[in-house]
Design a protein around this ligand. Structure first.
Ligand code: MN3
Length: 389
C-alpha cells in the first residue's frame, strides 16, 4: 500500500469497532482514522478520537453533544452530533474505507451515503443487507462501491472465491457454531434466560448478535447476506453446524472440489483482511494448531429447536419487504428479551406474527423499507406490551 488508507468507523465503540481500532493500532503505517461515530458511549469515543488523532467524531445521540464537545476541547478532533452528520462525513473526500459496524437497521442510512459516494465498504452490519439487500447491492454496483464483508462466514467465502478464476460455484457451505443451546433440548431452551443466551461458546460479540446467534436468526440473516453479496440463489446455500467455529465457511465447485477458509475464531482476522485487501498483513492472533484441535465435527441444523432459521428461509422465499419485516420484528423482540420482558421462544413467535400481519410489498422502494421498519417495530412493541400484562 502506497499511502495510508483513511478509515471511517461507524459504530467505533462496539465490538467490531474496538477490534477494528486494534487492527489499526498494529498497522499505524498503513491506516489512519478519519472519522469515528457511536450512538452514546461518549467517553470511549473521545478517548478513541484522542488515541488515533481522528479528524472527526460524531455522537449519534444528540443530547450528548455538549459532553463530547467538552471532552474534545483542545484536540484536533472536530465534534459533531446526529445521524445526518454521519451521513455527510462518510461521503467526504478524506475517507477511503467505511467500516459499517453499527448495530441493526440504523446502519442502513449511513451505509447508503457511503455507497453513493463510491467508498470501499467494509461491511459488518448485516441488517443492512437483510432489510434492503436488493437496493444496497444495486446501488453499490451503480456507484462502483465495492462491498467487502467483515462477517466471518462471508469473509471466508470471499477469500475462497479468490480461487474461482471465473468458474461457477455449485454450493456455498455456510458454517454455524449452533450457539449456546445446540445441545439443549427444547423444554430447557424454552426457559433460557438472557444470561444463558449471552454465553456464546466461541465468539466474543455484541449483545444483539449474540442473542441472534442463540436463536440462529443470525444464520438466517447470513443466508440472506450471502445471497446478495455473492449473487447466489438460496437453493445453493447450505447451512451446516460446525461447533468448533474453525471452518468459517466453504465453497464447492461443480467438480465437487471444496475450498474452505480456516482460522482460530477472532474477528480481527476478517476485519484486517477487509481493511488491507488484497494485501495480507501479520496479526497477533492465535494461530491454528491442528494436532491440538484433533477433530472438526459437523451436524445438520435443527429447525424445530430453532424456528428463527425457518422464518428466515420463509422471508427470503416471499421476498420483497418481508425480510425487512422479519428484521424489524426481531430487533424489537431481541431488545425486549435483553430487558427480561419476554421469553426465549417469544422471539420467533413475535417475528412470525409480524410476518403474517404486515403489509407485503413485492418491489419495495427505499421509502417503503423505512416505512416497513417503523410500522413493524410499532406492531412488535405492541405485542410485547400485551404479553407482559
Ligand atoms: Mn457471522
Amino acid at each position: 500500500m502506497e499511502r495510508k488508507r483513511r478509515i471511517a468507523i461507524l459504530g467505533s465503540t462496539g465490538s467490531i469497532g474496538t477490534q477494528t481500532l486494534d487492527v489499526i493500532r498494529q498497522h499505524r503505517d498503513k491506516f489512519e482514522v478519519e472519522l469515528l461515530t457511536c450512538n452514546s458511549s461518549v467517553d470511549l469515543l473521545a478517548q478513541q478520537a484522542k488515541e488515533f488523532d481522528a479528524n472527526n467524531a460524531v455522537i449519534c445521540n444528540e443530547v450528548l453533544y455538549p459532553e463530547l464537545s467538552n471532552l474534545l476541547e483542545n484536540t484536533d478532533t472536530k465534534a459533531f452530533a446526529g445521524i445526518k452528520s454521519v451521513c455527510d462525513l462518510v461521503a467526504s473526500d478524506n475517507v477511503d474505507i467505511v467500516v459499517g459496524a453499527m448495530v441493526g437497521f440504523s446502519g442502513l442510512k449511513p451505509t447508503l451515503s457511503a455507497i453513493d459516494a463510491g467508498k470501499i465498504i467494509a461491511l459488518a452490519n448485516k441488517e443492512t443487507l437483510v432489510a434492503a439487500g436488493g437496493i444496497v447491492t444495486s446501488e453499490a454496483q451503480k456507484h462502483n462501491a465495492p462491498i467487502i464483508p467483515i462477517d466471518s462466514e462471508h469473509s471466508a467465502i470471499f477469500q475462497c472465491l479468490l480461487s474461482a478464476q471465473g468458474n461457477k460455484i455449485a454450493k456455498i457451505h455456510l458454517t454455524a457454531s449452533g450457539g449456546p443451546f445446540r445441545t439443549w433440548d427444547k423444554d430447557r431452551i424454552e426457559k433460557a434466560t438472557k444470561d444463558d443466551a449471552l454465553k456464546h461458546p466461541n465468539w466474543n460479540m455484541g449483545a444483539k448478535v449474540t442473542i441472534d446467534s442463540s436463536t440462529m436468526m443470525n444464520k438466517g440473516f447470513e443466508v440472506i447476506e450471502a445471497k446478495w453479496l455473492f449473487r447466489q440463489p438460496v437453493s445453493k446455500i447450505n447451512v451446516i453446524i460446525q461447533p468448533e467455529s474453525i471452518i468459517h465457511s466453504m465453497i464447492e465447485y461443480e467438480d465437487g472440489a471444496v475450498m474452505a477458509q480456516l482460522a482460530c475464531p477472532d474477528m480481527r482476522e476478517p476485519i484486517q483482511f477487509a481493511l488491507g485487501f488484497p494485501e495480507r498483513m501479520p496479526l497477533d492472533n492465535k494461530k491454528m494448531d491442528f494436532a491440538e484441535l484433533g477433530s472438526i465435527s459437523f451436524f445438520k441444523p435443527d429447525m424445530d429447536k430453532f424456528p428463527c432459521l425457518g422464518l428466515a428461509y420463509e422471508a427470503i422465499g416471499r421476498g420483497g419487504n418481508i425480510p425487512c419485516v422479519m428484521n424489524a420484528a426481531n430487533e424489537s423482540a431481541v431488545a425486549a428479551f435483553l430487558r427480561d420482558r419476554i421469553g426465549f421462544y417469544d422471539i420467533p413467535h413475535i417475528i412470525s406474527e409480524c410476518m403474517e400481519k404486515a403489509e407485503a410489498i413485492k418491489e419495495p422502494t427505499l421509502d417503503d423499507i423505512f416505512m416497513t421498519n417503523a410500522v413493524v417495530r410499532r406492531m412488535a412493541d405492541a405485542m410485547i406490551e400485551k404479553m407482559e400484562r
